[in-house]
Design a protein around this ligand. Structure first.
Ligand SMILES: [Zn+2]
Ligand SMILES: [Zn+2]
Length: 331
């Protein structure tokens, strides 16, 4: 019996001008398919963002091919195989790599900030007057962030960027440290910060994901507290044992994100295990009541809600119902 070939998971991205994304998509597919590459890759006029798995024996050939197209592309290898198997190779042409709402063509996206590793980031943190800026959304910051960081209130990156720029107005001469989950949001944002007159713009290279790997490898103390929110089944990777968030329903210390069990709502929120039982996995009594209805009735309400709320509604903090923190009996 032969074992299935071992695979490695890796990701890479870069903002770079791509003349013909459709042609690039074709040539990447032609080169990668024979190597057994699977995963998701987006190409746009503004760059490339890829997360793939590659059979171990083809790792070098794959990396060599990527670097023949994008010289010196940095790769990030996953520490352990999470078993998140990609079924096939998907390469798509997109308008943008990340929905950032920035005016295309108005500034040089390749004029990025200085990339810092964990050690250099710590040194910069200790310099007086340094401003640390989290470029993630409020629900990501809520469960974990760097000590002393400016944390956006916004629900999306598109809204977080103008929010932090507004708050930093007049501080263009200070040292700015940007960070995000995996580094890609900082790539674009750091160029935009520079365009907006910030003179000393720095970014955490590889984001919190790679920071966590570096500090654990080097045995360094973490300056990031709590969990790094990621969109997989775990909804977050613990960096330190600190639980800095609270259950949205009873305020006990908790940092477990869940989606409301009523699919028409699907709201992303923090719920402790007691409230999970008391609310049957729902975000509110309203959703709990709907969940207790017969399926046909529930599906009808679901369709109505989806029409009313739009695709991103479940991330919206403004949807927290008035009676949200309704007290429950603690056990
Ligand atoms: Zn609770
Ligand atoms: Zn709900």
């Amino acid at each position: 019996m032969t074992n299935a070939p071992e695979k490695i998971t890796l990701s890479f991205y870069r903002y770079v001008n791509i003349e013909d994304p459709a042609a690039l998509m074709q040539s990447l597919r032609a080169a990668w398919e024979p190597l057994g590459v699977k995963g998701r890759t987006y190409v746009a006029h503004e760059g490339i963002n890829a997360q793939v798995t590659v059979p171990v024996e083809n790792r070098d050939a794959f990396c060599a091919h990527v670097r023949s197209v994008f010289p010196e592309m940095p790769f990030k290898f996953a520490l352990e195989e999470k078993g998140e198997a990609f079924a096939k190779l998907k390469i798509k042409v997109r308008k943008k790599l990340v929905a950032d709402g920035l005016p295309d063509g108005s500034f040089d996206v390749t004029n990025v900030g200085r990339h810092l590793d964990a050690e250099a980031f710590h040194e910069a943190l200790d310099q007086p007057g340094t401003l640390v800026v989290d470029l993630r959304n409020h629900y990501e910051c809520e469960v974990g962030h760097f000590q002393g960081a400016l944390l956006p209130e916004a629900n999306t990156f598109r809204d977080a960027l103008p929010e932090v720029l507004d708050k930093l107005q007049g501080q263009e001469d200070k040292k700015i440290l940007l960070y995000c989950t995996g580094g890609i949001r900082c790539e674009k944002a750091s160029a935009y910060f520079r365009f907006r007159g910030f003179k000393d713009v720095n970014q955490l290279h590889g984001g919190i994901i790679d920071y966590a790997r570096q500090i654990s490898e080097k045995g360094m103390p973490s300056r990031f507290v709590g969990k790094n929110f990621v969109f997989d089944q775990r909804m977050g990777e613990r960096v330190t044992d600190d639980v800095i968030a609270h259950c949205h329903q009873c305020e006990t210390s908790c940092d477990t994100h869940v989606n409301c069990r009523f699919e028409g709502c699907n709201r992303l929120f923090i719920q402790c295990s007691n409230c999970a039982v008391a609310f049957e996995g729902c975000c509110s009594r309203e959703c709990q009541t709907i969940m207790q209805k017969p399926k046909e009735e529930r599906v009808q309400v679901q369709h109505e809600w989806e029409k009313k709320l739009g695709p991103q509604h479940y991330l919206s903090r403004t949807r927290i119902p008035e009676n949200y923190a309704e007290p429950i009996e603690r056990t």
